[in-house]
Write a protein that binds this ligand. Structure first.
Ligand SMILES: C[S@@+](CC[C@H](N)C(=O)[O-])C[C@H]1O[C@@H](n2cnc3c(N)ncnc32)[C@H](O)[C@@H]1O
Length: 244
């Protein structure tokens, strides 16, 4: 079984990270996407996790489909949607094979790109191209190689587990390992791309890189997240993709 089919389930059981309320960050991100698009529309959230962004986007007026591999993710999304009295359509499935319908004015993939190998990532982008409306936009978080190479080896310890960052330089993949006390460790491994590398990946997929929005950076030594840093310091960036 591929690591991604157990990692997020175990990460959620260990940390509860997908069962949180909506954070102002999600509301601000939904507002940014709405402003960038000019108006709310149909929106597909790929790998939607607990649905915090999906529900924030629905509250901003988008008609949202939230797709995630985990059934528990969809259940939490529906609970959040009910709490906020807004409709969200949930789908449990694998974004490499599922059919979410469409066309969508916006397709978002936050904090989840890079799970597969390059050919699988290219396949996923081609699928996104097929789901987008003619004038649609995709927003995809992409991990940078430089942040993860620089911070490899950092370990954070809690009572229940330790979390260690790593970097596979040959494969250009960030590694994120949780070691729970008394249980087997679990690792996620995500392919990292600079914008130049992403442009190479996009060739022939039907989408092109229109804009790069630098993301933030976590300073592991200070334990502080800086939301506004330059691209060269970012742990990830949002690739804004448009039909080529
Ligand atoms: C790091 S989490 C990000 C969740 C959410 N987008 C956020 O920003 O909070 C990645 C999510 O992608 C989902 N996922 C992983 N592989 C998937 C796949 N093949 N198809 C659909 N969802 C997937 C996981 O279940 C998990 O909820």
């Amino acid at each position: 079984m591929h690591w991604s089919h157990s990692f997020y389930e175990r990460q959620d059981a260990l940390t509860g990270c997908y069962r949180t309320p909506i954070h102002p960050f999600h509301t601000a991100l939904a507002a940014r996407v709405t402003a960038h698009r000019g108006q709310p529309g149909t929106l597909l959230d790929l790998g939607a996790g607990g649905g915090q962004f999906a529900v924030a986007a629905a509250l901003a007026g988008h008609r949202v489909t939230a797709l995630d591999l985990r059934q528990g993710a969809g259940e939490h999304t529906l609970e959040l949607a009910a709490q906020h009295s807004t409709p969200v359509h949930t789908l449990t499935g694998d974004f490499y094979v599922a059919d979410p319908g469409g066309p969508f004015d916006a397709v978002c993939c936050w904090d989840g790109f890079g799970i597969g190998e390059d050919d699988e990532q290219r396949h996923l982008i081609s699928r996104v191209a097929g789901w987008l409306a003619v004038d649609g936009t995709a927003y995809v978080d992409v991990f940078t190689p430089w942040y993860w190479a620089h911070h490899a080896g950092f370990t954070r310890r809690t009572e229940r587990y330790s979390q260690t960052y790593g970097f596979n330089a040959d494969g250009c993949r960030m590694l994120d390992t949780y070691a729970p006390r008394g249980e087997a460790a679990l690792t996620q491994s995500l392919r990292c791309y600079s914008p130049a590398d992403l442009r190479l990946l996009l060739a022939g997929t039907g989408l092109m890189l229109a804009e790069v929005w630098p993301g933030g950076a976590y300073d592991p030594r200070a334990g502080v997240f800086h939301a506004e840093v330059s691209l060269g310091e970012s742990m990830m960036y949002t690739a804004v993709l448009r039909p080529a």
